[in-house]
Design a protein around this ligand. Structure first.
Ligand SMILES: *[C@@H]1O[C@H](CO)[C@@H](O)[C@H](O)[C@H]1NC(C)=O
Ligand SMILES: *[C@@H]1O[C@H](CO)[C@@H](O)[C@H](O)[C@H]1NC(C)=O
Ligand SMILES: *[C@@H]1O[C@H](CO)[C@@H](O)[C@H](O)[C@H]1NC(C)=O
Ligand SMILES: *[C@@H]1O[C@H](CO)[C@@H](O)[C@H](O)[C@H]1NC(C)=O
Ligand SMILES: *[C@@H]1O[C@H](CO)[C@@H](O)[C@H](O)[C@H]1NC(C)=O
Ligand SMILES: *[C@@H]1O[C@H](CO)[C@@H](O)[C@H](O)[C@H]1NC(C)=O
Ligand SMILES: *[C@@H]1O[C@H](CO)[C@@H](O)[C@H](O)[C@H]1NC(C)=O
Ligand SMILES: *[C@@H]1O[C@H](CO)[C@@H](O)[C@H](O)[C@H]1NC(C)=O
Ligand SMILES: *[C@@H]1O[C@H](CO)[C@@H](O)[C@H](O)[C@H]1NC(C)=O
Ligand SMILES: *[C@@H]1O[C@H](CO)[C@@H](O)[C@H](O)[C@H]1NC(C)=O
Ligand SMILES: *[C@@H]1O[C@H](CO)[C@@H](O)[C@H](O)[C@H]1NC(C)=O
Length: 870
């Protein structure tokens, strides 16, 4: 029976005069599948040829037009017609290319319900034997473009549509574009499959750029929605915008994205690759009118890892392209451009190309065999679907052809194929053939000598043909030896004896079987295992519950604890503070009381014992005391971050930000609140000041030195006059001077001064030209003028001005000259908490704003479905 009748496909691209002309101009190949006559495309001015120019293409597959209702969705004429392939599992276009020149191959598809079935097909696309991608559609109007870039190693390539399931493959257009040598440089064993090519700063609202703008006819699509864009300002710049090696078109380079404000340092975009081996080209050029000494510098990182590249964009320089040093893999890939410290401007990005980079994993049939079998196909006019590679993929190998895994043809069995004509000489080039069966056809002419040179040939069946003349005697001699068998029955005109003809053995043309070797060059992908930056974890340290063993220390114990008073960590009104270490390694601060503040040791001991009962998270704990003759000392928990005054004054230190200061103020206020309201009888601190606010490892604050005035009998009890005005200048309540009555309000005043110190960064007493002025007196006139900026510490960091204002109000109420007007500590704590809340809400808002301004640029995925993973 006759098999399916398909005319053989001539693989040679026929050149019409037009084609030659276009080749001469651009080197492009433009094929519009399914048309009858060529035409000049309106938008590109390129001439498109019907695919029937590829000889016999008209005979396989059939032309169709997309249905009328989708005509308007077809963005160009090529998409309006197509060729479909109901027959054969593989149908290929064979195109001439230049060996060694990088080419871009683009296949376009639009279903447009051409067959009236309203069923979008799914099929595979192959480049030769290599799976390229799957073509499927979201709807009849979907335009799918598939693009591959590679360096051909043969002078022709096959682009094959392979059936997948029961739907019918089709193609709308096929385009080949040679690329400049210096671009997209890969080895011959690699190929790039396009995922996205985005004009990321596009202002065109949907329109693309291609030829003529792009000399290589790459198609630059806008993002799905316009990004924040810095369009070109200086038109004189334009001329140089296509100077880059990659020749990205001027209108694409002329628009760029950058951050919304100069304060935002990063630009990022991400996509879901759903596949491996992403490979990125980023194109940059300055489009703003910057001064010549200004520049952008940014590093490039992927998925939050350490930077893998750094780019400097200078105003006068030609466009540049950054190419990823290796491929990326992941469910999501995010690329971030982060401004470097010395950059004068935030990052910029003009265009993005994302590819998938693969190795050719399939080795085609040996080139010599391919050429031989194609020669046979042409000579004999084989009317079978002999297209693409004869052997691979294995399930698509040519009928009658069998191969070995060393990629060569071992069997050609064309028995009863109805073949006519002479036995083509090409059979002599099938160097690895073992079985050749051409029996039961109508072949004529001689039995060629060439067959003699097929060393592996074991079975040659030429029976039942119309062969004539003599048979090379060597063939007959060989019969039976080395497992070789020859069958020539049923060729009545053939002379077997060897005496019947004058036939001379013809000098054989030995086909030099130059194996086409695909040199697989190893790509060294730099192993990229940079560790993520790790944040150092501070050990959490809560105030350890201190054992209340023997709380009384002897002087000699104190000497040993302090290592003979080796390290002074503070000096105060009551004495000197030394660093110490208990036997169990607990760090302590030992305050040795100066003799002047000395008092009855019994009372000291009583007071010390009382103070040890006061426990609050915002009060420094008294661990013990020393009451050894003249030597009296107090042993406190050690606060490793020193005191607040020190931090406010030391400008070299990372200064405390406003939020931190508020937290410290709240801590100190809570400590004071506890002394005032939490214990009975209440304790008046009497010496609230920034140097008495100590900071632990986590910068939580504790109030120190509380109750000392009482313990040392500097006053009797609250509200009682004392014999001596004491405290620290600058913090002292003027009311106290007048009445010398000690009340909670005195502490509130001092706390107000501390708050002002935190707001202004100034000391409680400011020296101005040999004059001393207390802080309260310094800020009051300025605040009365509403001049807050001038009193604020320059080192507050980021702050909510409303939060600061509220704190200023609170502080000024605390230092109000009328004690009755001052708030108590409970309401002070509450107000401070409101300040903190305001500040935190503000910085959260700021954070989210800056998170927004780390722009996530959605890349266009509108055209072309995501190629499936390989
Ligand atoms: C497909 O094959 C059938 C026979 O099986 C034939 O009638 C038809 O013409 C072929 N179609 C094309 C487009 O080659
Ligand atoms: C497609 O449309 C063109 C013009 O309308 C027409 O000439 C041609 O015959 C159509 N082709 C097919 C296959 O229907
Ligand atoms: C295309 O096919 C792939 C694999 O079969 C599938 O994952 C993908 O969702 C399909 N895409 C569309 C647009 O149908
Ligand atoms: C962009 O196109 C969309 C729909 O195509 C339209 O709604 C929008 O107004 C356009 N925007 C501009 C700036 O032209
Ligand atoms: C950005 O910085 C400028 C000056 O450096 C400043 O005026 C502006 O407020 C800042 N913007 C934001 C949102 O922080
Ligand atoms: C940007 O780089 C700076 C250092 O120059 C770094 O501190 C910062 O975390 C980086 N930002 C992002 C978003 O990667
Ligand atoms: C920016 O600073 C880095 C590191 O200090 C340096 O390598 C780089 O050259 C500087 N860039 C410019 C443009 O000066
Ligand atoms: C030879 O071929 C014819 C058709 O060309 C067929 O009918 C016949 O069965 C074949 N004979 C053998 C022995 O295969
Ligand atoms: C040779 O071909 C003839 C005709 O097709 C067939 O009958 C015969 O069996 C073949 N011989 C071998 C060994 O295959
Ligand atoms: C070759 O040998 C086989 C037996 O091995 C025989 O059947 C056949 O006829 C021989 N061929 C020729 C051409 O003599
Ligand atoms: C290509 O193959 C080489 C060698 O097998 C391998 O090292 C490299 O990772 C491959 N490249 C890609 C993109 O798969």
């Amino acid at each position: 029976m006759m098999k399916i009748l398909l005319f053989f496909l001539s693989v040679v691209l026929s050149f019409s005069t037009h084609m030659v002309q276009v080749y001469a101009e651009t080197g492009f190949t433009n094929i519009d599948c399914g048309i009858v006559n060529g035409y000049t495309d309106e938008s590109t001015s390129l001439y498109y040829y019907p695919d029937t120019l590829l000889e016999a293409m008209a005979e396989i597959g059939m032309n169709a037009n997309i249905s009328n209702e989708y005509m308007t969705s077809a963005s160009n004429q090529q998409l309006r017609t197509l060729r479909s392939f109901p027959n054969g599992s593989r149908n290929c276009y064979n195109l001439k290319v230049e060996i060694g020149n990088t080419i871009l191959v683009r296949a376009s598809f639009m279903y447009g319900n051409y067959d009236g079935l309203n069923l979008t097909p799914t099929f595979d696309l192959f480049l030769g034997v290599q799976e390229w991608t799957t073509v499927n559609f979201t709807g009849p109007e979907t335009i799918v473009r598939k693009e591959i870039i590679h360096i051909p190693t043969t002078e022709d390539i096959d682009i094959c549509l392979v059936k997948k399931g029961s739907t019918t493959p089709f193609i709308s257009a096929l385009e080949l574009r040679p690329l400049p040598d210096s671009t997209y440089k890969r080895t011959t064993s690699e190929y790039l499959v396009l995922l996205k090519r985005t004009d990321i700063g596009s202002t065109t609202n949907g329109s693309i750029f291609r030829y003529n703008d792009d000399i290589s006819d790459r198609i630059w699509s806008p993002p799905d929605s316009p990004n924040n864009v810095k369009p070109i300002i200086d038109a004189s710049n334009r001329g140089s915008l296509d100077d880059g090696d990659y020749k990205v078109p001027i209108p694409v380079m002329a628009t760029a994205v950058t951050t919304t404000s100069d304060n935002v340092t990063s630009l990022s975009f991400k996509w879901k690759p759903e596949t491996k081996n992403c490979y990125v080209y980023l194109h940059f050029a300055e489009v703003e009118n910057l001064h010549s000494n200004e520049f952008r510098e940014f590093d490039i990182s992927v998925n939050g890892e350490l930077p893998i590249g750094i780019v400097t964009v200078k105003p006068s320089e030609k466009p540049q392209t950054w190419e990823s040093p290796f491929t990326f893999t992941g469910q999501d890939v995010e690329i971030k451009l982060n401004r470097t410290a010395n950059s004068t401007h935030p990052p910029i990005l003009n265009a993005v190309e994302i590819f998938m980079l693969y190795n050719f994993s399939k080795v085609p049939t040996e080139r010599n065999d391919v050429e031989a079998i194609r020669g046979i196909r042409e000579s004999l006019g084989v009317k079978k679907n002999w297209q693409g590679d004869p052997c691979f993929p294995a399930d698509l190998h040519w009928d009658g052809v069998e191969c070995e895994d060393i990629n060569s043809i071992t069997t050609v069995n064309l028995r009863s194929w109805g073949l006519k004509g002479n036995i083509p000489k090409y059979f002599g080039n099938l160097a690895s053939i073992v079985t050749l069966d051409l029996s039961n056809n109508s072949l004529e002419g001689d039995v060629p000598d060439l067959l003699l040179h097929l060393r592996d040939l074991k079975l040659l069946n030429l029976s039942f043909n119309n062969l004539r003349g003599s048979v090379p005697p060597e063939l007959i001699e060989k019969n039976g030896s080395d497992g070789f068998h020859l069958f020539l029955d049923g060729n009545p005109d053939l002379c077997l004896s060897g005496s019947c003809g004058k036939k001379q053995p013809v000098a054989a043309i030995v086909a030099s079987a130059t194996a086409v070797v695909f040199v697989l060059l190893v790509v060294f992908i730099i192993s990229w295992k940079l560790k993520r930056e790790r944040k150092e974890h501070m050990p959490l340290e809560e105030a350890r519950p201190l054992e209340s063993r023997n709380n009384q220390f002897t002087y000699s114990e104190v000497v040993s604890i302090t290592n003979n008073f080796e390290k002074v960590i503070g000096k105060g009104g009551f004495g000197t503070v030394y660093y110490g270490c208990l036997n169990d390694d607990t760090e302590v601060a030992v305050k040795m009381l100066s003799e002047s503040s000395n008092q009855g040791s019994e009372q000291f001991q009583a007071e010390a014992k009382l103070l040890m009962t006061v426990h609050h998270k915002n009060l420094t704990s008294l661990i013990g005391y020393c009451n050894d003759g003249k030597n009296m000392g107090l042993i406190y928990e050690y606060m490793c971050n020193g005191n607040l005054e020190w931090h406010l004054k030391d400008r070299n230190r990372n200064s405390l930000g406003w939020e931190q200061r508020l937290k410290i103020a709240i801590d100190a206020a809570q400590g004071l609140e506890y002394l005032h309201e939490g214990i009975k009888p209440p304790v008046i601190h009497r010496d609230v000041k920034s140097s008495n606010i100590l900071l632990d490892r986590k910068f939580r604050a504790k109030l120190a030195d509380f109750g000392l005035s009482k313990a040392f009998k500097l006053e009797s009890s609250s509200g009682v006059t004392t014999d001596k005005v004491c405290g620290t200048p600058g913090y002292l309540d003027p009311e106290y001077y007048i009445s010398t009555r000690l009340t909670k309000q005195n502490d509130v005043y001092s706390f107000g001064v501390v708050l002002l110190e935190m707001i202004t960064g100034q000391s409680a007493i400011i020296r101005r030209n040999n004059e001393y002025i207390i802080l309260v007196k310094w800020v009051t006139p300025m605040l009365e003028r509403g001049d807050i900026q001038n009193i604020l510490d320059q080192h507050l960091g980021v702050y909510d001005i409303n939060s600061v204002w509220k704190a200023v109000d609170l502080a000024m109420t605390c230092v109000s000259s009328n004690p009755e007007a001052r708030p108590n500590m409970s309401s002070t704590v509450m107000d401070l908490k409101v300040c903190l809340k305001m500040q935190m809400a503000w910085s959260k808002k700021l954070e989210s704003r800056s998170a927004e301004s780390i722009e996530i640029i959605p890349l266009n995925i509108g055209t072309g479905s995501v190629p499936s993973a390989r």
